[in-house]
Write a protein that binds this ligand. Structure first.
Ligand SMILES: [Zn+2]
Length: 714
């Protein structure tokens, strides 16, 4: 509309200019007011004036009209984008899992950051640091929304997508263009809009998620690349917020580092109990605390959803009288119960009832997802390609995704099975086949057990489509899936842990002397696989009938525990050997590895809780023996990790005391306290021993005893 008016006006001006310049016919001037009489300007002056106006006019008008069009489009683009950010911030932030719903308790942090970004003189790059599941992405979702409400243009980018080069401004510009596709007429117009929003109006704010996942291919030069990219953003005055897991390069980066504190207990409780299901608030509150749900928005979200479905009751057993099994109070037990009940709700259709599939298909979907999760865990990756689990022979083209698999296709699966006997992925696939058959025969007795038609209509493609709609995974390039939340991946993967870690578990369970296979990925296991081992031990703990002093022959809990200890020791030995050289490259390569060793020992203690005959004293002895070797570039992080391991040991000692299952490990903790050079670590030991009361007092060696063990610590 505006465009047409502009064109009409331009045409009018051109006509006028033509008439004035060539002065065609005097009588055509009937509509021009006679200026001479009123203002005393003579004919010549008027002509000159007219010529001037006529020559400049069109240019001026074209410019004005162009500006009007431009500003109108600018306003449209801005409103379009901000509407997206306000209504569906989670869709704009690509890294978010759909499980994450409403975010609570982060508003004051958001506002503090926004306030600083607004001030152009004080503005700094902000890096928000938090561990797995601390709610970094959820924070970005919230910030996206709040920034849009304040009139800014928040641009979330996913750093995982950038492996070669890192230029925050360029990346944001590209992302912005993708999001405003309906308004893109030419590169030049996007450029103009971008420059205006970025420099003139200063509305652009870049929210970058997952610094630890960027530039993974850069290896040695990675740190300096990251540093330079952030410095460049700082110099350009780009408002930038980056999230990251704690990792070393952060130390050298000039930015405001903000550690994401766990949600306050109160905020978490308020969120979970939004719908009152008549559950005793005291019990609910304790569950929130015990499961550490405040530390991870995922547990929080799951707890809330289950509360709304009224499915929390049986998880939160009331053990007020203290007569129950003390292990019911173990945090991991509650976390496991939450995750398991959530999956049950998916299978029974109480969650996502809108999906048009029955329980059988839902069960099969969960099996496929679990198998994929396990394959990913072994590689320490959230992405899994379809052909890693199911070879290409079972592939379907996009067209027949809905159709049944071609007859006999599963027979082909086992053709090379003999040769691939040791391949963990193949073992997972065979177990998957077995379980799918069981699902089918369980619900349709008329189907013969040796049927080649495996769960008709549910192949891997169909299953992942349902998995996507359940919000568990996202599909990428049609060739692979990505698990949206590491805790869910760990839980699902734990259902196939015996297959994916078959070799490792066997060697650690039956033959405790064997080291895990020299698999690089397992030498440095990710956090997800250690979580999966804890979930596994919790799930299979009913199979443990160990007695104090007499370990059962094949106890799953013992196997998982031994594997974690083996991995910790192997990793430590590995770094100690390579540290001999003291070369710079070796030192940088080993950064953070001892933190992982500490985490593995803590996980071994977590697993140990589920054994009827805890071995926590052995684990504590190993920790105490190696304490002096633990080392890291980053002293502060090391001390924090050490203190949390000590608290973990204290909790194990108290649990063993309550279970009456052997002597608690206070003596080992005491030895640690004697050898650590840091005051705050020694103080933490003192606190735990103090909490131990009489039991601790009995374990601490008297003065003579101390002399006897003095030479023990290294
Ligand atoms: Zn056992």
């Amino acid at each position: 509309m505006l465009l047409f008016v502009t064109i009409a006006l331009i045409l009018a001006w051109i006509t006028l200019a033509f008439l004035v310049v060539f002065d065609v016919r005097e009588d055509m001037w009937w509509w021009v007011p006679d200026v001479q009489d009123e203002h005393g300007v003579d004919k010549d002056r008027r002509e000159g004036f007219n010529v001037l106006v006529s020559a400049l006019g069109p240019t001026l008008l074209v410019t004005l009209a162009g500006l009007a069009v431009y500003f109108r489009r600018l306003g449209q683009v801005r409103r379009f984008y901000q509407r997206k950010a306000k209504r569906n911030p989670e869709r704009l932030v690509q890294t978010t899992g759909s499980i994450i719903g409403e975010v609570v308790g982060r508003d004051s942090l958001c506002d503090a950051i926004i306030e600083n970004l607004r001030d152009t003189t004080e503005r700094r790059v902000h890096i928000v640091v938090g561990g797995v599941g601390a709610g970094k992405t959820a924070l970005l979702v919230r910030m996206t929304q709040r920034l849009a409400h304040k009139g800014a243009i928040p641009i979330p980018i996913r750093l995982r997508d950038y492996q070669k080069d890192l230029d925050f401004c360029k990346m944001a510009r590209r992302r912005f263009e993708e999001e405003i596709t309906p308004f893109v007429y030419s590169q030049a117009s996007v450029d103009r809009i971008w420059r205006h929003l970025r420099y003139t109006e200063n509305r652009i704010v870049v929210l970058a998620d997952g610094l630890e996942e960027a530039l993974k291919e850069k290896n040695g030069e990675r740190d300096s690349y990251l540093r330079n990219a952030i410095r460049q953003a700082q110099e350009e005055g780009l408002p930038l917020v980056v999230t990251s897991r704690p990792h070393d390069p952060l130390k050298a980066i000039e930015a405001a580092i903000i550690t994401l504190e766990p949600l306050s207990q109160e905020a978490a409780f308020e969120y979970v109990s939004a719908v009152d299901k008549g559950l005793d608030s005291r019990r609910l509150n304790r569950a929130v605390a015990a499961a550490g749900v405040a530390e991870s928005p995922l547990y929080l979200q799951i707890t809330k959803e289950l509360n709304e479905l009224d499915m929390l009751g049986h998880i939160l057993l009331d053990d007020e009288d203290g007569a129950g099994d003390p292990r019911d109070r173990v945090d991991w037990q509650i976390r496991f119960d939450l995750a398991e009940t959530w999956i049950e709700a998916l299978v029974s259709g109480r969650l996502h009832p809108e999906l048009p599939i029955g329980e059988e298909e839902r069960k099969a979907t969960v099996e496929y997802l679990s198998a994929l999760a396990a394959v990913g865990l072994r590689k320490d990756r959230a992405e899994v390609r379809f052909d890693e689990l199911v070879p290409a022979v079972n592939y379907h083209t996009e067209d027949d995704v809905q159709g049944p698999p071609p007859p006999g296709s599963h027979g082909a699966l086992s053709r090379n099975a003999e040769a691939e006997d040791q391949n963990p992925n193949v073992m997972v696939r065979r177990e998957l086949d077995r379980r799918l058959k069981r699902i089918l025969s369980g619900n349709r007795p008329e189907t013969p057990d040796n049927s080649t038609e495996l769960c008709p209509g549910i192949d891997i493609r169909v299953a992942t489509t349902w998995g996507m709609r359940m919000g568990v995974i996202e599909e990428q390039d049609g060739e692979q899936v990505r698990f949206r939340h590491s805790i869910i991946q760990a839980f699902l993967g734990s259902r196939y842990i015996e297959e994916i870690l078959a070799g490792e578990l066997r060697s650690s369970g039956a033959l405790p002397d064997c080291r895990p296979r020299a698999d690089q990925k397992l030498m440095e296991p990710g956090r997800e696989i250690t979580m999966a081992l804890i979930f596994y031990a919790c799930k299979e703990s009913f199979r443990c009938s160990c007695k104090v002093g007499k370990q059962q022959e094949s106890c799953p809990v013992a196997a998982a525990r031994q594997l974690l200890i083996d991995m910790a020791e192997a990793l430590l030995q590995n770094t100690l050997e390579s540290r001999g050289g003291r070369e710079f490259a070796v030192l940088t390569e080993n950064r953070g590895r001892h933190l992982k060793v500490i985490d593995l020992y803590a996980s071994a203690l977590d697993v140990d809780c589920f054994d009827n005959a805890p071995h926590h004293k052995d684990i504590a002895a190993a920790i105490s023996g190696e304490w002096g070797e633990l080392w890291d570039y980053d002293q502060q992080t090391l001390v924090t990790a050490k203190k949390s391991l000590i608290r973990r040991m204290g909790a194990a000692a108290r649990l063993v005391g309550a279970m009456n299952a052997g002597r608690p490990c206070y003596r080992e903790m005491f030895l640690i306290g004697r050898q650590d050079p840091t005051y705050s670590v020694r103080f933490a030991v003192g606190q735990e021993i103090g909490d131990g009361g009489d039991a601790a007092y009995r374990e601490i060696p008297a003065e003579g005893g101390v002399a006897g063990v003095a030479g023990e610590p290294r």
